[in-house]
Design a protein. Structure first.
Length: 111
């Protein structure tokens, strides 16, 4: 699921924002560290892409560029629910702070 989320980001933000960002083959099962590296890179790419959309008023496929932000939020929210359900059905109880801050917990830089 996490590899899929990363792939969707990669597919929507454009190659110029993804230099050095790992990509996975379809069906690959990357490990946690690989996923963390990929998510950090694609997060930077999304940030840079949205920054440029706001600064230049860019459009994507004849739509306001900020539609991309709405799409990514909806897509990741959808899969967040699936991830939490799969963990619950597997008997893994998520701590309260993780359940409500799953993205922050998984991808927060270590200080």
């Amino acid at each position: 699921m996490f590899a899929h989320l990363h792939a969707v980001r990669v597919g929507h933000i454009g190659r110029e924002f993804l230099k050095g960002v790992p990509r996975f083959e379809t069906g690959a099962s990357p490990g946690r560290e690989e996923l963390l590296e990929a998510f950090r890179g694609s997060s930077r790419g999304v940030e840079q892409r949205l920054e440029r959309i706001v600064e230049r008023g860019e459009r994507i496929k004849d739509r306001c560029g900020l539609v991309l932000l709405g799409y990514l939020i909806a897509h990741e929210s959808h899969h967040r629910g699936q991830i939490l359900l799969a963990l619950k059905q597997s008997g893994i109880r998520m701590p309260e702070e993780t359940r409500f801050g799953i993205w922050e917990h998984w991808f927060r830089p270590k200080l």
